[in-house]
Design a binder for this molecule. Structure first.
Ligand SMILES: Cc1cc2nc3c(=O)[nH]c(=O)nc-3n(C[C@H](O)[C@H](O)[C@H](O)COP(=O)(O)O)c2cc1C
Length: 181
């Protein structure tokens, strides 16, 4: 499966680390929007799109990149990823809507914490210090591998709901969270 990962990562290169980890796991090309040759886009079976979260959505350069691809995204399989201070899935909404408007299929989502020293968070060294950490990077590569494996096996349905929450649970387990009742 030929895959492309496109990322914008400006604050602390948090998302770039996630993007590169995913790309290495699945042998994807890994580029910033300005490095992507539009003519090459049709040749990819899967496109991952991610950035840090800025004011509750993906960075505008990534959103504009998606708009610029327009019809090239029709029926294209895509996945979304992000790093952020608060790790909310709702931050993906604006990018999701744009992808849907261009007819893309969203087959997976990944999010994790990212070191944030913006504004008041600078005090005390910032929010989410050390993130993404080793476990985040492993979760990112596992996510990408599992996504590609599932797509190759044709089991897309399972990915829609399951993959992200499974990874969240795994992190809780490894951090020694309370066992389920
Ligand atoms: C200008 C600015 C705005 C941000 N807005 C949010 C936000 O709305 N919600 C959030 O959870 N994190 C926010 N963050 C934190 C970033 O999403 C987080 O640090 C992210 O990992 C940065 O990714 P990057 O290093 O790849 O750019 C913001 C950071 C900056 C610099």
């Amino acid at each position: 499966m030929k895959a492309l990962i496109v990322y914008v990562s400006l604050h602390h290169q948090n998302t770039e680390r996630i993007a590169r980890e995913m790309a290495a796991a699945i042998g994807a090309d890994c580029k910033r929007p300005e490095e992507v040759d539009r003519d090459s886009v049709a040749s990819y079976d899967l496109i991952g799109l991610g950035s840090g979260i800025y004011y509750s959505s993906h960075h505008r350069d990534l959103l504009n990149f998606v708009n610029g691809l327009d019809r090239l995204l029709r029926h294209k399989r895509t996945f979304i990823f992000s790093t952020s201070g608060f790790e909310e899935l709702v931050f993906h909404q604006a990018l999701k809507e744009r992808l849907a408007a261009h007819g893309a299929e969203i087959v997976g989502e990944f999010k994790c914490g990212g070191w944030n020293t913006y504004g008041p968070f600078e005090m005390g060294g910032g929010l989410q210090q050390g993130r993404p950490d080793r476990m985040d990077l492993r979760n990112a590569s596992d996510f990408a591998l599992e996504l590609v494996r599932s797509l190759e096996q044709g089991s897309r349905g399972r990915l829609r709901g399951g993959l992200l929450s499974e990874q969240g649970d795994e992190r809780e387990d490894q951090l020694g969270g309370d066992p389920p009742d």
